[in-house]
Write a protein that binds this ligand. Structure first.
Ligand code: UDP
Length: 261
């Protein structure tokens, strides 16, 4: 597989062309952004952890029949993925109310929802990714009714799977964001899961202490983001138990970063 030119650079990832027109390489950067790009930082090792965690979750989802863009992880920072036509919607599922929804609607932080809530945000940085209704998606033809129904069903299946997976390792899945895209299969378009699923895109709280093990450590200046993401990876069995959570780990990850670059 030959790595070609850069096709796109986003806030946390870069996409490169390959010698196969249907496949691209997704590179995980260490850049962290929040509040529509107003807060930025580089957190060494974050991309390596997100690459591994996302690979783990997406391959588990494949095993239960949820199609996604992952072909295989190539190295510490890169994955080979299917090129999709991304649907310009961020699909957010919430099990517990926190983050933007509590500010928008005046809900108490940590309110457990009776049933999972799916929200739609129009992907547009200039507009700050506004919340939209299902009818907006249909009116502006961002997706068809059939596609949307399929996506909503898939999101609920993903939630069921991930709630169980995280519960098994002592973590509460509070909310998460997903993206979907279209791929052409035998002259027909099919919807598959795309992007990443990682502590950058999920809220994960320790089941006992409610300690935040996700990007809120950056958003809220709580510090220790790498140890928290490492903890998630370890509990999922991705990193070995004996791996030390201390700063040594960060040094190791940084040296890996230098080698792959
Ligand atoms: N999220 C994301 N990318 C975004 C916005 C949100 O991955 O551009 C994730 C976020 O990590 C959380 C969920 O979606 O797990 C809900 O985020 P919320 O709407 O509360 O947004 P925020 O607090 O980031 O403004």
């Amino acid at each position: 597989m030959i790595k070609g030119k850069k096709l796109y650079e986003g806030k946390a990832k870069i996409i490169y062309a390959t010698s196969d027109k249907n496949l691209v390489i997704q590179y995980f950067k260490d850049d962290a952004t929040a509040f529509n790009n107003q807060k930025r930082s580089v957190i060494e090792g974050k991309g390596v952890l997100n690459n591994r965690i996302s690979e783990h979750i997406l391959s588990n989802l494949s095993q239960i029949g949820i199609k996604n863009h992952l072909v295989k992880r190539l190295n510490m920072r890169e994955q080979l993925i299917k090129l999709v036509e991304i649907i310009p919607i961020e699909f957010v599922l919430r099990n517990v109310a926190t983050g933007s929804i509590i500010k928008r609607l005046g809900i108490e932080d940590g309110t457990v929802l009776k049933k999972p809530l799916i929200e739609f945000y129009f992907k547009n940085d200039q507009l700050g990714d506004p919340l939209v209704a299902e009818d907006h998606i249909l009116a502006f033809e961002w997706a068809t009714k059939k596609e949307l129904d399929k996506i909503k069903k898939t999101i609920l299946r993903i939630n069921d799977f991930m709630v169980g997976m995280f519960r098994g390792v002592g973590i509460k899945l509070i909310d998460f964001k997903l993206e979907f895209g279209r791929v052409k299969v035998d002259d027909k378009y099919e919807i598959i899961l795309a992007d990443e699923i990682s502590p950058d895109t999920c809220r994960l709280w320790d089941s006992v202490s409610d300690k935040k093990l996700d990007k809120d450590r950056f958003r809220k200046d709580l510090g220790d983001l790498i140890p928290a993401y490492t903890e998630v990876a370890k509990r999922l069995g991705i990193l070995h138990e004996q791996t030390n959570l201390s700063a040594v780990n960060v040094t190791k990850l940084s040296s890996v970063k230098k080698k792959v670059r």
